[in-house]
Design a protein around this ligand. Sequence first.
Ligand code: OAD
Length: 236
Amino acid sequence: MQGDIQNIVILTGAGISAESGVATFRGPDGLWEGHRVEDVATPEAFARDPDLVQNFYDERRAKLKTVHPNAAHKALAKLDAQWPGDLLLVTQNVDDLHDRAGSKNLLHMHGELNSGWCRACDGRSPFDGVMAAGPACPLCGQSGQLRPDIVWFGEMPYQMDRIDLALTQCDLFLSIGTSGAVYPAAGFVQTARHYGAQTLEMNLDPSEGSFHFHESRMGKAGTLVPEWVEEMLRDV
Ligand code: OAD
């Protein structure tokens, strides 16, 4: 797998944070912590029942304070620090575990729990409290206008231009802990492969797009990712 690899793009999903104790989205019952997706993760849900949606994300934000980066987050931060080529880590996760592990070349394409988006001034600012209480926006001072800075279904993921460019230029695309159910992230493997990248998947079980990858490694991210990082850094 190593060969002439210089530029790497890594996509992570909820599976990488599972061993830290953060729930993944798609359980066997199709519910997110007991909620239907359309009740908590769409702009329409927020318009219909803002308290339900705010409480859902407030709970998830509070939970973040009780969890820690695991061996997989730490191994990717080590690779980020030591890899001599370009490396871009794109996460679908709205937790801050990659940040806390120390990854620097990191994009949160689906937003962040610890960020608020003000509907009055359109500004985004760090936020780690309780949004249901209707706090004032630190930028414009208006109360009750903050919403979670999370990309909901029907909204455009962040920084797609930068991600698309990196996908066309990478030599290796690695996907970790994602079910491959949500686009555009689920299509990254096809773009990278189309432009000539090697493609590798690590997941507990085959994702929906498993057949697109050159290689699939099945198991826990906390075991597979550190092993792979050591492989990559062996000859650096
Ligand atoms: P999912 O919950 O759909 O998928 C998580 C994947 O991780 C599953 O395929 C599991 O088998 C796998 N998994 C679980 N534990 C694992 C472990 N220890 N090691 C490796 N893999 C493991 O989560 P995502 O694919 O991230 O968007 O979901 C994509 C998006 O759907 C989310 O970003 C979210 C949701 O809509 C937004 O909130 C905007």
